[in-house]
Structures are given as C-alpha cells and as structure tokens.
Design a protein around this ligand. Structure first.
Ligand SMILES: C[S@@+](CC[C@H](N)C(=O)[O-])C[C@H]1O[C@@H](n2cnc3c(N)ncnc32)[C@H](O)[C@@H]1O
Length: 203
C-alpha cells in the first residue's frame, strides 16, 4: 500500500483518490451524539486507520475531543505521522484480533463513544470479523459504530461482515441510524468506488 501511495503521490493523483465525502453522514453523529452534551466529549477509535485519510474527516467534521487509531501495519503509522502530523492523539500499532495487554488497557481506560472504520474489510488483507468484534466490544453502550460495507461483494469476508452486522441488529445489540451508498474514492484506473456507509448505535 505504501509503494502505491508513493507512486500516486509522484503522479499527483493522491489527492483525488483520497477524498472522502462523508460529511452529511457524520453530521448524524454531530446532532445525535452519544450521551454527552459537547463535541469535545467524543472519544473516537479508528480501526485500520492507514495513513489517516478518513481520520482527517473525523477530526475536522466532528471536532472530536480525542481521536485514536489502530493499525496492524507499522508503515501505516509512519505514513499517518508523515502525511498528517498531529492528527491522532495516539496511534497504536497492533493486531485488533490479538491486542497486546498495554493496548487493551489503554482502550479500556479511554472508553470510546465512537468507533469508526473506513474501507477495511475483505479481500484477504483487511480486518477480519474478530477485529470488528473487538472494536464493538471496546465501544461504550450508547456509542456510535461507523463503518463501510459493500453489499453484493462476492468476497467471503464482505459477506461475513454483512451477516455479522445483521445478527447484531437482529439481537438488538446495535440499532441502525443511517445507511446510504457513498462515493469512497477513485481507483487508479479512474473508476469510482462506492460503499454503503453505516452508522449504528450500540444498545
Ligand atoms: C484498505 S486499508 C484502509 C485504510 C484507511 N481506513 C483508509 O480508508 O484510508 C485497511 C487497513 O486495515 C489494516 N488492518 C488489516 N488487518 C488489521 C488488523 N488485524 N488489525 C489492525 N489493522 C488491520 C491494514 O493494515 C490497512 O491499513
């Protein structure tokens, strides 16, 4: 991913590829925010944060009080610190499915009321369901879970994620607040990639 990023930077394509457009959906959180009265009380954990393109939107749209990131890949942390210095309050390099004790303790201490993830499921190199489950577990009751799904994607992990979400809704552990198809970014061949952005509240 890092090599692709460097090549695209040289070609001047990076800005258009990394432009997220989630502001309308994120305003759902802004106006129906969890349990607290102030934006600065939002404590956000971003899963599979990569170089921080989505984190930048979270920080600037929600005016969050705290924004932390986790990614399994050390190069992702390096890229985020290089491209968006100061964006995250803390960037944990760790595997969501096997958290180190110090990461788990830091997560428990922070009590996140928003867990967000963009474009990080499927095709073998993304976050498995056990990682999404960990994100769900660290989210406070009444908090917001923001993520992407690709309905109709044949990849088994994408199918599994859709089923996992349906189960959480059916068992009344999550309540869906918003779901809509949104432009994610352009691919290197210029075609547009869209995802369903889903915003749910943990019951
Ligand atoms: C396609 S990238 C998305 C990056 C970023 N969310 C964005 O939209 O620009 C998926 C990210 O998930 C991370 N990832 C995959 N498995 C993970 C795991 N088990 N724990 C934490 N991060 C993981 C990858 O290293 C990668 O940076």
């Amino acid at each position: 991913m890092i090599c692709v990023t460097k090549t695209l930077q040289k070609q001047g394509k990076l800005a258009s590829m990394q432009r997220y457009s989630y502001i309308p959906e994120l305003y759902e959180i802004r106006y129906q925010k969890p349990e607290t009265a102030k934006q600065s009380d939002l404590r956000v954990l971003e899963l599979g944060a990569g170089s921080g393109a989505f984190g930048y939107e979270l920080r600037n749209t929600l005016s969050v009080g705290r924004l932390d990131a986790i990614d399994i890949c050390p190069e992702a942390s390096v890229a985020a610190h290089r491209d968006r210095p100061g964006l995250y309050d803390a960037y944990f390099v760790d595997d969501l499915t096997k958290l180190r004790t110090e990461t788990r303790r830091a997560f428990e201490a922070t009590q996140y009321n928003v867990v967000a993830v963009a474009s990080a499921t499927g095709w073998g190199n993304h976050i498995p369901i056990a990682g999404f489950q960990k994100g769900f577990d660290v989210l406070c009751s009444g908090g917001w879970f923001v993520f992407h799904v690709k309905p109709g994607d044949p990849d088994p992990e994408c199918i599994e994620l859709c089923a996992w979400i349906e189960d959480l809704i059916a068992s009344k552990k999550l309540r869906q607040s918003y779901r809509g198809s949104h432009f994610h970014r352009k691919s290197s061949n210029g075609s547009e990639i869209s995802y369903d952005v889903v915003i749910e509240k943990k019951v």
